[in-house]
Design a protein around this ligand. Sequence first.
Ligand SMILES: [Zn+2]
Length: 334
Amino acid sequence: MFELKKSNLFIPFKTVLLSFTFLLFFNTNIFSQTPHKIKTIIIDPGHGGQDHGAHGEYEGTLGSYEKNITLAISMKLVADLKKAMPDVNIIPTRTTDVYMSVHEKAQFANEYHGDLFVCIHADAVTLKTASRIVGYKTEVYHTVHYVGKGKSRKKVYTKHTRRVPIRHYYKIPTSRKGTSTLILAARQTNDKIKALEEGDLGFNTEDDDSTANINYDSPEYKASALLYSQNYFRKSYQLASLVQEEVADETGRPNLGVWQRQKGLWVLHATQMPAVLIETGFVANYDDERYLNSEKGQEEIAQAITDALVKYRKMVETPKTLANTAKDNNNTAN
Ligand SMILES: [Zn+2]
């Protein structure tokens, strides 16, 4: 169980405080007591264009690309959400196979004044290589020996043949499967929520924005990290928990939990709204890859996320329910 500490506004960094005040100016919701209405939800199909994301490369793979899976699920999610919440704007960051940088995606979400940012991804892991003998071939080799003595000493080559195995090298699919949801960690780390360490879940860095060139020490970064901690962290965590519950209930697949990260999820950080990144399943797992590429699988996941968003909306738009549900969620956080 964890409790969300009241963040301390009086932090020692003068510059941070100044930048934060600047941001406050544009975020009038922060100290508002009235229930927050969800007007716009941004759906972000992960990757796109030259950025393929994870790729099925194990033996027996469908050879699918994450960017296509995320787009297919997102399009179904957008359609389901429009049906479930006709009064809310549901806006995808892309509807075709195009590339957008994480900067562009974050800017897009902020310009459309999203109330929620939902990224759809699929997991990748580094796979082990194995080999098997698929045949034999004859290899020719020579040995050298000498005959004679003194000046008549000669080098003699003898030709030999031998049978050598032909090996086929292949990658072994991962046994990991299931759905997890990532959120950005709060600035003041709450150690009672499990923190994602590199390699904990076998995640690779595909979804790290290591190319985003972030200066984590800049006053701008610190100010927006503070803003996230105070205003968006708890909501992101609540939404992530609901997504995990609904996906597990409705798809019957493993629930790998909610994970928070300090760094690397820049796109979640840069969007000034609660944000989650859903790792729908593993492209490198035999069952998950087939599930994620099937109509049934995509529909089930889209429906489960829709149901989670409907519940989340009820929660934030009804303050009394929000308090109760937040308490329930916190009790089950361990
Ligand atoms: Zn991804």
